[in-house]
Ligand binder design. Structure first.
Ligand SMILES: *[C@@H]1O[C@H](CO)[C@@H](O)[C@H](O)[C@H]1NC(C)=O
Ligand SMILES: *[C@@H]1O[C@H](CO)[C@@H](O)[C@H](O)[C@H]1NC(C)=O
Ligand SMILES: *[C@@H]1O[C@H](CO)[C@@H](O)[C@H](O)[C@H]1NC(C)=O
Ligand SMILES: *[C@@H]1O[C@H](CO)[C@@H](O)[C@H](O)[C@H]1NC(C)=O
Ligand SMILES: [Cu+2]
Length: 825
């Protein structure tokens, strides 16, 4: 319990009751089973936060003392179905699957993942697998009568003895006599998953080879850079690696780039590179192929040392700043003496004085708010996904989920010129970090946990996802008028569901969803020298930010008034027309614009870019369902911030493994065997990817079919001095909107009673009268903000038992993987 007290209870309260007078901390019996957890939190936090009477006396309005505000716990939700069929696996399920796989009857000859070498068979991943759409829909439509779809897991096994990777479906769950294991193949576009494309289980897989290379070079690196890597705790240099490591799976080779071992090492490259071969399953056979220093290429350690000793090595000019204080790449405040006016005060904070207005079922991971409702899913590959999104009791979206995030670099050096990251490989879900309360999400946000499995264990992050409502600070609609009911405003509230601090789903009161991504963190910096001109910007004497594009793909499975939908293209263009009524003094013609509407019928024509000047839009509509004015009901896919696609086409390092990034959006027929636009192995298979997005587009008619829109956000990242130390989220942001297009007969946000209508006074000089529908601001004393605390994660061993705490260095290794290799003996 003391653990819990130290960490879990961000919400400090004991009931859902409305405004109550002097707080009376009391133990409450939970009303339903669903409350049990919340009640536990309540009893833990009993007496911690309530307003002392003397304080309450002072806080008063209209002479009346203020009361304590309503609870800031979310009220319970009423999900349409009592099961979340898209839920991630529980710790118990993961453990039971692992046990079952270990049984001799499976014949898998598994070695425990934390002990396995590359030539052993071991489990890489155990994750949830989504049910077939038809089965899931049948269930959520009729949860009382229809059968709940059987739950299946997806398991990835590294068959090191072959070697090959295999993906399996295992179920039904829970494990029983009926459970089976079948190979998952029909979602991939090639037969075998090459072992050379495998994910990283041992963070420092490459360290032994790198030590073998670096130890004999220590004398040279000390002289050239003042650094060395000898496998010591105090090593002064670190490696990072670019990717992809293969073209088609026939080899595994990587460029290693060296950096200073200081805080923010990514910004301290040394201009020293090695190309290494890590093909095969025997690390003893791995070897150095090339060394590159100052644009000179050597094929061995000896030839490099020869040149170093015999004076033919052309050295980089001495750059004194390299050996100076490196703290410019940390988050340490510059100008500690300088204070901005009033900056010592905490800024405004949003408080739902009348209690939270969104409902959460933490167990089921279901959220609802002002007519919206949806289930949450979570996986290792891409993290948070949203399912069965309904608005005003109608399903709008079956699935909304990120698919892949690429970052393709440019530069005049072996690291930047060869980097094309596909983040699914590293596991965007596995990389999820706990939110910093009050920084990553507002203080009153509600947090939900996420569980991910990796070969080394199970990790639970208590604050992986946050949910909060905010006043957008502007009305959604507004007009000043003098006739009856003409004058008024509707408040513009937004509900945000967020993970990794920057993947946002924002729900609006008019039926609009904004999908927004913003990024921060360190650049993958390059070594600045004049030969890098055009590939980025100098940010220090010998550091630069390298030019790159980010593109992130989302799957949007819209179902508008049912499954049968079509793709509507709307464009506007200029026309010149004659009219008999035109006054002669203006000529006989008018130049103006006109709308054209057409349906895109063939999938092959549905690989789309936003029109020039945004003259037009794309929408998914149901031709068979019209609104009162005869227009097909639909939703438009509207570009938001920075609606870009990838600049580079045809690079061998991104040849066919991220073809979705060539467009702003694409629309294809929805299929159970086309669940995602990428796979984790696509990273290392640009020439022959497991999922080739273009193969989804095979000439099918997309008229009145179940459609999926694949929509991109991104950023052309031209680094600049202000990216140091970390890129800013305000500019590094991109979004798109899903917004009703003649879906309704009128703007439904007008339904909200968080609104006001004003009437002009009858008598001159009187104030306007108004109707605010009885929704008044609540005046009360909010709960105190808990002290800040951050404790990272809770881990479980593969027996499902809590794992001992992990060292900071170990956490760092697991999180930075191949982005930061510390040589070790
Ligand atoms: C089981 O795997 C080990 C390597 O982990 C291998 O040496 C052994 O031959 C395998 N056994 C069988 C029966 O395949
Ligand atoms: C690093 O540690 C080694 C061994 O403990 C020591 O000999 C060496 O002087 C240290 N190097 C630096 C730069 O502190
Ligand atoms: C110096 O070493 C390099 C690399 O081995 C070699 O190519 C070069 O011929 C050597 N030059 C002299 C003058 O020894
Ligand atoms: C696509 O299907 C629709 C509806 O069945 C049909 O009207 C249309 O002609 C088809 N389009 C093409 C190009 O075949
Ligand atoms: Cu960037």
């Amino acid at each position: 319990m003391s653990n819990l007290r130290a960490y879990e209870p961000l919400k400090q309260t004991d009931s859902y009751d409305d405004v109550r007078s002097v707080p009376q901390p009391k133990r409450r019996v939970s009303r339903t089973a669903g409350f049990a957890l919340l009640a536990v939190l309540g009893t833990i936090a009993l007496s911690v936060f309530y307003v002392s009477p003397s304080h309450a006396d002072k806080a008063a309005i209209h002479g009346k003392p203020l009361e304590q505000c309503a609870s800031s716990l979310p009220p319970p939700a009423q999900p349409p179905a009592p099961n979340n069929v898209w839920a991630p696996l529980t710790v118990e399920e993961i453990v039971s699957i692992q046990k079952w796989l270990d049984e001799p009857a499976r014949g898998l000859n598994l070695t425990k993942s934390d002990k396995a070498g590359l030539a052993d068979n071991h489990i890489f991943l155990i994750d949830a697998y989504q049910p077939r759409k038809a089965d899931a829909l049948a269930y959520v439509e009729n949860p009382l009568s229809a059968l709940r779809p059987a739950k299946y897991a997806r398991v990835t096994i590294h068959h090191g003895t072959v070697p090959v990777i295999k993906d399996y479906l295992i179920g039904p769950l829970p494990i029983s006599d009926k459970s089976e294991m079948t190979e998952l193949k029909d979602v991939y576009h090639r037969d075998e998953i090459p072992y050379h494309a495998r994910g990283v289980l041992v963070a420092n897989e490459l360290a032994p080879l790198v030590l073998k290379i670096m130890a004999p070079l220590a004398e040279a690196t000390e002289e050239l850079f003042g650094t060395s890597a000898l496998g010591l705790v105090n090593d002064t240099m670190l490696a990072g690696v670019s990717a992809p490591w293969s073209f088609d799976g026939t080899f595994r080779r990587a460029w290693v780039s060296w950096r200073r071992n200081v805080a923010g090492p990514w910004l301290h490259p040394l201009n020293f590179f090695q190309y290494v071969d890590m093909s095969g399953t025997d690390p003893a056979q791995w070897k150095l192929i090339k060394i590159v220093y100052n644009h000179q290429v050597f094929d061995s350690i000896d030839s490099f040392l020869d040149a170093f000793h015999n004076g033919t090595l052309q050295r980089l000019p001495e750059r004194p700043d390299q050996r100076k204080d490196p703290s410019w790449s940390t988050r340490k405040r510059p100008n500690p003496e300088y204070r901005r006016d009033l900056d010592h005060l905490p800024g405004p904070r949003s408080v739902s004085f009348a209690g939270l207005r969104f409902r959460v079922d933490k167990e089921l991971q279901y959220v609802s708010w002002l007519g919206w409702g949806l289930y949450l899913g979570f996986n290792r590959d891409m993290g948070l996904s949203l399912w069965d999104i309904r608005f005003r009791d109608e399903r709008l979206i079956y699935e909304l989920a990120p698919q892949e995030a690429i970052a393709q670099y440019a530069g005049n050096d072996p690291m930047q010129a060869t980097t094309a990251w596909l983040d699914r490989f590293f596991g965007m879900g596995a990389s999820v970090r706990d939110m910093l309360p009050g920084y990553d999400c507002p203080h009153e946000a509600v947090y939900l946990p996420a569980i991910t499995h990796s070969g080394t264990g199970i990790i639970k992050r208590e604050r992986a996802i946050c949910i909060f409502e905010q006043d957008s600070g502007r009305p959604i609609t507004r007009h000043t008028g003098y006739m009856k009911d003409e004058f008024g405003a509707v408040k513009g509230y937004v509900l945000t569901i967020r993970s990794i601090s920057t993947f946002d789903y924002m729900f609006h009161v008019d039926g609009t969803i904004e999908i927004r991504l913003s990024a921060s963190g360190y650049l993958q910096g390059g070594y600045w020298e004049p030969k890098q001109e055009g590939y980025g910007a100098q940010i220090r004497d010998t550091s630069m930010g390298s030019l790159h594009d980010h593109v992130i793909n989302y799957k949007v499975d819209l179902d508008l008034v049912g499954l049968k939908n079509s793709l509507l293209r709307t464009t506007t263009a200029q026309e010149e027309v004659e009219h008999p009524w035109i006054e002669e003094d203006w000529g006989t013609t008018v130049i103006q614009q006109k709308i054209s509407r057409s349906y895109i019928e063939n999938e092959d024509d549905a690989l789309l870019k936003y029109p020039n000047n945004f003259q037009g839009s794309y929408a998914i509509v149901n031709k068979g369902e019209t609104n009162a004015w005869g227009s097909p009901r639909g939703y438009a896919i509207h570009p938001g911030y920075s609606p870009i696609y990838n600049t580079v086409v045809g690079s061998k390092r991104l040849l066919n493994n991220a073809n979705w990034a060539r467009y702003n959006l694409a629309v294809s027929r929805r299929k159970d065997n086309e669940p995602t636009s990428s796979s984790m192995w696509n990273q290392h298979l640009p020439g022959a990817p497991m999922v080739d997005f273009h193969k989804f587009f095979d000439g099918e008619n997309i008229t009145q079919e179940d459609l999926v829109a694949w929509v991109n956000v991104g950023m052309h990242h031209l680094p600049q001095a202000e990216d140091i130390p970390n890129t800013r989220t305000n500019l590094a942001a991109s979004s798109f909107f899903l917004t009703p297009l003649n879906y309704f007969d009128t703007d439904v946000s007008l339904e909200s009673i968080n609104a006001i209508v004003l009437t002009a006074p009858e008598k001159t000089g009187d104030p306007f009268t108004f109707d605010d529908y009885g929704v008044k601001p609540a005046n009360c004393v909010p709960e105190g903000v808990p002290d800040f605390e951050y404790s990272g994660l809770s881990a479980f061993t593969m027996d499902g038992k809590p794992a001992p705490p992990t060292s900071v260095e170990e956490l760092r290794k697991q999180s930075e993987l191949f982005h930061r290799i510390k040589v070790e003996m």
